[in-house]
Write a protein of this length. Structure first.
Length: 283
């Protein structure tokens, strides 16, 4: 059933996966989950970070790195966006960078017509020690950070793009909010340990302080290399309410929202206008 009446009504969905090293397996699961989603005139579906290739040996992602605008992973995403008539945020796809040894983690937006309409390269890389079986994460050894912000306007949707560890850097979202963002996508592969401590707090804060919807799909479970991810993919309202939570099993979550809620809230609580840190106050 289609329940989208006003141009500001959107269906927001997230897909939670336990992605495997081989893209063939992940696209097969993805196809099944996309078929479970409701149909809607305006529908944004977000996939997790590394949805297509995850948990494999060193160098596996690099071996799949594609030129932006061309490549097997992007072609499959474009075809899925078209087949299901959705705006699809392909969580991250490894794309070639200026450094032949390293890829960029690119989040890519495909239109319901199957066109690539926006891309964003992860800005903040996870070089962090964590008290889990991996011990240390050195994302910068394999990945080259991006250096641009991406906000894509599609009708009433103003989509700001971020990835996983980026959620800890609120300056990024504040810049996107200043440009009018009403939905933030945060495809993730959060560790179980840091997820238990920080996932909900970080994401709810980003929604509340920027008065936007947040769609944050995560990887979940134990992956082929023994890495554990947190799951709990969420969709959050501008008020900070958790509208849907996927728990720890792979699956889909989906909610129907009115993006006009963002401007309504901004009228009653105009924090953007009240903010004195845009330019006025400096140390
Ligand atoms: O390396 C890969 O294969 C794909 N990339 C990831 O999984 C990235 C970097 S290791 N994960 C995160 O950013 C987790 C952040 C996190 O957990 C936190 O901020 O607490």
């Amino acid at each position: 059933m289609t329940a989208n009446f006003a141009p500001t009504n959107w269906q927001l969905s997230a897909i939670q996966l336990t992605s495997q090293p081989d893209p063939v397996d992940n696209f097969a699961v993805l196809q099944q989950y996309l078929a479970q989603l409701p149909t809607a005139e305006r529908h944004l579906v977000v996939l997790p970070e590394c949805f297509a290739v995850f948990g494999g040996p060193d160098g596996l992602q690099q071996s799949y790195a594609e030129v932006i605008g061309d490549g097997m992973l992007q072609q499959q995403c474009a075809a899925l966006a078209k087949q299901f008539a959705i705006y699809l945020v392909a969580g991250t796809i490894p794309t070639t960078s200026v450094d032949p040894q390293r890829f960029s983690a690119s989040s890519m937006l495909f239109s319901p017509q199957g066109e690539l309409i926006a891309d964003y390269q992860k800005l903040h890389l996870f070089d962090v020690s964590v008290a889990d079986s991996m011990g240390t994460y050195r994302e910068s050894a394999t990945t080259l950070a991006g250096n641009k912000l991406t906000l894509s306007t599609q009708g009433s949707l103003k989509l700001g793009m971020a990835i996983c560890y980026d959620m800890r850097f609120p300056g990024l979202m504040q810049a996107l909010a200043a440009a009018g963002m009403n939905v933030l996508s945060v495809p993730s592969a959060f560790t179980r340990v840091t997820g238990e401590a920080h996932w909900y707090s970080l994401l709810r804060a980003r929604a509340i302080e920027n008065q936007c919807f947040v769609v944050a799909p995560g990887q979940t479970g134990v992956h082929a290399n023994g890495r554990e991810t947190f799951g709990h993919s969420v969709i959050i309202s501008p008020w900070g309410d958790i509208l849907a939570d996927a728990g720890t099993e792979p699956g889909v979550i989906s909610v129907s929202v009115d993006l006009a809620a963002c401007q309504q809230l901004a009228r009653t609580m105009p924090i953007k206008q009240h903010n004195r840190f845009n330019s006025e106050l400096k140390l």
